[in-house]
Ligand binder design. Structure first.
Ligand code: CA
Length: 226
């Protein structure tokens, strides 16, 4: 399956060259010209990497990056105009994985995309977990070792979140924000209860395997090597 790159950029001429380079290199691309479209897309599609212009018409790229980071671990590469104040430290503090300064060569950007995807540890692991877990988005079902799990709506959402980013530690807060419609009304313990249920259901399929890891004081993650 092709890796999906979301391009967030308001200048269509720049988008054209990026799309051409990425698609030539075997990626699938999605383009949006405004920042406000990004979170809704991420909530319904699995995106492998985001190319994010800092100078968007509706929201500042930094703010958008922070909002994305609160919910998703997807790698982000910033596009910056020469005048934008950014250095590596700033980019990393905000949660970006890399940045490219305009004007840039599309080939170079594509090379950066590949480099970031290569060094994102969850990416290689995702392939192995993908074989073990299979998500059917239309039926809202997850199969584990080819057995369909009987999951509640929340359990499905939590497990899907883990499967998309193996190895990434999600705090209870992140899981709640990501999954619950009204996060404030839920307690941390609710997350624990759902995790416990998911673990029990996974155990009925494979009693000797424990894919969900408790990271003390931090949250939960899906084991990278299953
Ligand atoms: Ca722009």
């Amino acid at each position: 399956m092709k890796q999906k790159i979301l391009i967030v950029e308001d200048e269509s001429a720049i988008v054209d060259t990026i799309q051409y380079a990425l698609e030539t290199d075997g990626f699938e691309t999605i383009w949006v010209s405004s920042g406000l479209e990004v979170l809704p897309i991420l909530s319904i599609q699995a995106i492998d990497l985001i190319i994010l212009d800092i100078g968007l018409p509706d929201v500042h790229g930094f703010e958008l990056c922070k909002s994305i980071r609160k919910l998703y671990a997807v790698p982000i590469i910033f596009l910056t105009a020469r005048g934008d104040e950014i250095d590596r430290v700033v980019g990393l503090e905000i949660g970006a994985d890399d940045y490219v300064t305009k004007p840039f060569s599309p080939r170079e950007l594509s090379a950066r995309v590949k480099a970031v995807l290569r060094r994102t540890p969850k990416q290689s692991a995702r392939i192995s977990s993908d074989k073990i877990f299979q998500i059917d988005e239309h039926k809202c079902q997850i199969a584990y070792y080819a057995k369909i799990l009987e999951l509640s709506r929340y359990e499905y959402k939590i497990l899907k979140t883990f499967i998309r980013r193996p190895g990434y530690v999600f705090s209870r807060e992140q899981l709640m924000e990501h999954i619950w419609d009204v996060p404030e009304s839920s307690m941390d313990r609710t997350v624990d209860a759902h995790i416990k249920n998911i673990r029990n259901k996974l155990k009925t399929v494979k009693p000797d395997v424990e894919p969900i890891v408790t990271n003390r004081g931090l949250g939960y993650s899906l084991k990278e090597d299953l």
